[in-house]
Each structure stands twice: as structure tokens, then as C-alpha cells.
Design a protein around this ligand. Structure first.
Ligand code: DGJ
Length: 310
């Protein structure tokens, strides 16, 4: 796959899984993301948008050939007040598997078209491909919630919804309850007054790394990574991990998720095309942790997993 443009699925159709994530459930990889296969509407107060089409699910055995499984979460065109009505915002869907309940739990950024309601939406399914059934949308711990992600701490096994809050000034970690469908009330702030979006986490060699973008709408900006030894103690912003052409604009992309496969972490990027959002592209880039720093080098292609001992 060529990193940068929109990728095609195994039927030759553009993959509609923007702001997404890749996770392994059972013997397959699943890619969830925003289906933006509609006209880009211009001139709204907050710029360009696509009416909610739903959340796509694709499956793969090799991370290169992707099969469309359909809409894992469907819109609700009949109810103008519903958070899944086409007029709303559904962004950055992420899915966790809950061992306790045996359910798949989706969290997504649920918002009004002007981005003022700033909620987290929750939906559950018995199977990874869905259908996911919408439960509710809320502000986690009464805090505004925009760019969203999820993280299962491999040390404590606690799961979190990570979200930009305080009008994107702070990154919040809101702990999920045992079912992953509600919040315990435990919540801590990171990167206060750093105005970050697209926060994505991984843990390597005893340190937590948080990759995030700045806040410039659909336009790219420099990624920064931050580090902490304990998830709940303050992270320190370190540097831009990107190396290669256009490293100052994250190769013209924005972080959406970090997944691990065979001991290697991979950073997923969206390459937004604000004029025609459905044509937005993707990259998957391996993360290197040698020499005491995090490095994400530009690679023109992603051709599946690389060896951990390369
Ligand atoms: C940047 C965010 O990261 C995207 O998910 C989206 O909300 C755009 N802003 C909208 O401008």
C-alpha cells in the first residue's frame, strides 16, 4: 500500500475508515473508522464536514488486503435529535474488547455540527464486525470531549477513554468501569495547556509514550511525543518523532492510533483532504525506539508486518 493516498479494499473500493484504529480480535485484524463516503459540505462555522454515514469495519489477515464488513455502527436518519443523525458529528471511533462481559465496546467523539456538545458516544456489540448498538453519549466526568482514543494499560489492565478537553487545552484520561461502558469517576489530566489532539498511547521498555498533533482543524501540523514512567504522573513533551520529507507537518498527516503487532508498534495517520474528505488517505508507519528516543520515519509504502528483530 502506498502511504499517503486513500487505500483500496479487496473489491477495489476506497477504504472509508478515517480517524480509525486497527485491532486484533481472534485470528483477524479489524479496522474501524469514519465512513465519509458522502459530499463534503462547505462553509459551516467550523469548516468542512460530511454528514454521518456511520462507522465502517474492515477485516484482514495480513493488514494489507482489507475486506469490507459493512457499517459496524449505522446512522439514525429518522431522529434529528439522535447523536447518530446524519447532521451530527461521529469521529475517531475506537473499539475495546471487554473480557468481563465478552462484548465489544465502541467509543467515539459524538458532537453537534458546531462541535459544541463535545461528548463521548458509546455502543456495544457481541461480535467485532457489529452491529454495534448505541447506548448513550455523555461528557466524561462532565468535561468536554473532542478528539477521542482508548487505551488499555498493560500494567494495571485499566482501560481509559482519552480525550481532548477544556476546549482542547488538556488531554484527559477518563477511566472506564468493568464493563467499559461507563466511567468510574477517576480521571486525570495530562499535557495541560499544550493544546493537543489525536492523542495515541503505547508503552515500551517501562515508559508510556503519547503521540499527539497540534490543533489546526483539518490542516497538518507537527506531531510531538511525550513520555512518562507512570501513566498518572505528568507527561513531559520531548520532541517531534518524525523523520523524513515533510516531517514538520507529520508527512502531511495526523495521528489517530498506535497498534502493536509481533512486538512492533505502528502509528496510523490520516492524510485529510478537507476539500473532499472521503478522499483522505492513510499511512501506517513503524515506530523505532532505539537510541533512547521515539522515531517515526517516513516510508513510501506499508507492506504488512515487519520483523521485530530487524
Ligand atoms: C481535527 C481533528 O483531529 C479531527 O478529528 C476533526 O475533528 C477536525 N479537527 C475537524 O476540523
Amino acid at each position: 500500500m502506498k502511504n499517503g493516498p486513500c487505500w483500496l479494499d479487496d473489491a477495489g473500493k476506497p477504504i472509508q475508515a478515517h480517524g480509525g484504529m486497527i485491532a486484533r480480535f481472534g485470528d483477524k485484524w479489524y479496522w474501524y473508522g469514519e465512513n465519509k463516503d458522502g459530499p463534503t459540505l462547505r462553509g459551516s462555522a467550523v469548516g468542512h464536514r460530511v454528514d454521518v454515514v456511520g462507522v465502517s469495519c474492515y477485516s484482514s489477515s495480513d493488514l494489507v488486503n482489507w475486506h469490507y464488513e459493512g457499517l459496524a455502527l449505522k446512522p439514525e436518519p429518522g431522529d434529528a435529535a439522535h447523536p447518530l443523525h446524519p447532521s451530527k458529528i461521529v469521529e475517531r471511533p475506537k473499539v475495546l474488547y471487554c473480557e468481563k462481559t465478552g462484548k465489544y465496546v465502541m467509543w467515539f467523539h459524538s458532537d453537534s455540527p458546531d462541535y459544541w456538545s463535545a461528548c463521548a458516544g458509546c455502543a456495544v456489540s457481541d461480535t467485532p464486525q457489529g452491529p454495534f448498538h448505541f447506548l448513550y453519549a455523555t461528557q466524561p466526568n462532565r468535561r468536554d470531549c473532542r478528539d477521542i482514543n482508548v487505551y488499555q494499560d498493560p500494567v494495571t489492565q485499566k482501560a481509559y477513554v482519552i480525550h481532548s478537553g477544556d476546549w482542547n487545552h488538556t488531554l484527559y484520561f477518563s477511566e472506564l468501569d468493568d464493563d467499559y461502558t461507563g466511567f468510574t469517576g477517576n480521571c486525570f489530566a495530562q499535557l495541560a495547556e499544550q493544546t493537543r489532539e489525536g492523542g495515541s498511547l503505547c508503552r515500551h521498555d517501562g515508559l508510556y509514550y503519547c503521540v499527539s498533533s497540534g490543533c489546526t482543524g483539518w490542516n497538518p501540523n507537527p506531531t510531538l511525543y511525550a513520555v512518562t514512567r507512570h501513566l498518572t504522573t505528568p507527561m513531559v513533551l520531548v520532541d517531534n518523532p518524525c523523520e523524513g520529507p515533510r516531517y514538520r507537518t507529520t508527512f502531511d498527516g495526523q495521528s489517530t492510533y498506535i497498534f502493536e503487532a509481533d512486538g512492533v508498534f505502528y502509528l496510523m495517520l490520516d492524510h485529510w483532504k478537507p476539500e473532499n474528505l472521503k478522499e483522505s488517505g492513510y499511512s501506517i508507519l513503524p515506530i523505532d525506539f532505539s537510541d533512547g528516543r521515539m522515531t517515526v520515519r517516513w516510508q513510501p509504502e506499508f507492506n504488512g508486518l515487519i520483523r521485530a528483530d530487524r
